[in-house]
Design a protein around this ligand. Structure first.
Ligand SMILES: *Cc1c(COP(=O)(O)O)cnc(C)c1O
Length: 425
């Protein structure tokens, strides 16, 4: 271990030594010692079109020679304007104002501040947010507060503001009970909103797939129900699409796949194709209007040194073009996963197989403790590395989230490695 580095989400005392990566190309990571790994988690879910893609690299280089960075208060630039315009060609129409920041947690933090201040600015202050059990929205204090109270945030729990949690109606391929569970949750929500109509500033959800909470998936009907209820009882609906955005769910955005129009959407991970940290929080014009005022206290006093960094925006524009070229790849990956699932279904160590778009997940049956600390995770990870594949289970939840350029041959190698590892359990 390097004497001066502190790695994220890593207990340095017990973790295996970090692998040094020398280069990467397509889905392949090339290690210092010459080994090669298929990056089947898209490097923490950010990479879309493969590593070191020449088109994105060229766009960043061009931009760096022209304008690398400028303060975004009082100034603007073409890459920021163009990327906002591109995003709005796909996002549902009521979304119309793009606020830039530089990581997913911050995009969600901004969404919470927009929602909260929206009610203050319109003289109807509200105090609480609704969120979902199992949710993950980031590692800053506000986003920890709306996330599930887990091992990640437990130590800080005294400092987190109060949030009310609803059960998440998780489904898998053979689920028969979903309709009753969904309607029970929507009924609980209605009851809360009816009882305290002025209490909730907004509802936040990871639409279609909860990521770090264990790749839990829900239906489009549930999201549609959520939209109906939130509209009827007049509270804001926030979609955290930091992970689900940019093709991950098999459509450009989960809100498009579900045909739901949220009031605020947060995007980050895939936005630059995995090259440069960047994020956006996009709100409706109605929310923006509540901040548009002669009264300085109505301003959104939020911003970051690198807000709308031109290199990030240029990478975002190049990645957007590749999204258009590769639309069949992310739309078609669900079928490819399903074909491979045929061989895994019925395996005695597996349950709750599930797929949404490019994301495939399953629970490993073990006797160890449930959740993130389940020891089968590190075991699978180690075994996968020995087979040339990067997998990083969330506890006993094994998932695949490859870049869209993964070939059939490479996908066969990944599923082949999984089958071999399952036989070791
Ligand atoms: C990763 C993630 C975040 C946090 O993004 P960071 O860039 O890691 O801060 C927020 N929400 C969801 C749904 C995520 O998957």
């Amino acid at each position: 271990m390097h004497p001066h580095l502190w790695h994220p989400y890593t207990q340095a005392k017990t973790a295996p030594l970090p692998l040094k990566v020398k280069a990467a190309q397509g889905v392949w990571l090339e290690l210092d010692d010459g080994r090669k790994l298929i990056d089947c988690i898209s490097s923490w879910w950010v990479n879309l079109h493969g590593h070191a893609h020449p088109k994105i690299a060229a766009a960043i280089y061009q931009q760096a020679k022209t304008l690398e960075q400028v303060i975004f208060a009082g100034f603007t630039h073409d890459p920021a304007e163009q990327l906002a315009e591109r995003l709005l060609t796909k996002l549902p129409a009521p979304l119309s104002r793009v606020f830039y920041s530089d990581n997913g947690s911050t995009a969600v933090e901004v969404a919470l501040k927009m929602a909260y201040q929206y009610w203050v600015n319109t003289d109807r202050p509200r105090t609480t947010f609704l969120a979902f059990e199992g949710a993950y929205h980031g590692d800053t204090f506000g986003t920890m507060a709306v996330g599930a109270r887990s091992i990640f945030s437990a130590v800080f729990s005294d400092l987190l503001f109060e949030v009310e949690f609803l059960p998440f109606p998780a489904i898998h391929l053979e689920d028969q009970t979903i309709e009753e569970r969904q309607s029970a949750i929507l009924q609980t929500l209605k009851d809360k909103l009816e009882r305290s109509p002025d209490r909730y500033a907004g509802i936040i959800i990871e639409p279609l797939v909860q990521g770090a909470g264990g790749m839990q998936m829900c239906t489009v009907e549930f999201l549609q129900g959520l939209r109906q209820v939130s509209q009827r009882y007049n509270t804001l609906l926030i979609f955290d699409e930091v992970m689900t955005g940019f093709g991950r769910t098999g459509d450009w955005f989960a809100c498009l796949k579900a045909n739901v129009q949220p009031d605020i959407i947060c995007l980050s991970k895939g936005i630059t194709g995995g090259f440069i940290p960047l994020s956006v929080t996009v709100s409706t014009e109605a929310i923006y209007d509540a901040f548009y005022s002669d009264d300085p206290t109505k301003t959104l006093y939020h911003g970051h040194s690198y807000t709308a960094n031109p290199l990030g925006c240029a990478a975002g524009l190049a990645s957007w073009e590749l999204m258009q070229e590769n639309e069949p790849a992310f739309k078609g990956m669900e079928t490819r996963h399903l074909n491979h699932f045929a061989a895994l279904q019925g395996h005695p160590k597996l349950e709750k197989l599930r797929i949404t778009g490019t994301i495939a997940a399953m629970d490993i049956i073990t006797t160890d403790r449930p959740g993130y600390l389940n020891q089968v995770g590190p075991f699978i990870r180690q075994q996968a590395i020995e087979r040339g594949v990067l997998l990083r289970p969330l506890g006993n939840v094994l998932y695949l989230m490859p870049p869209y350029c993964i070939t059939d041959e490479e996908l066969v190698q990944v599923y082949g490695a999984i089958a071999e590892i399952l036989d070791l359990l």
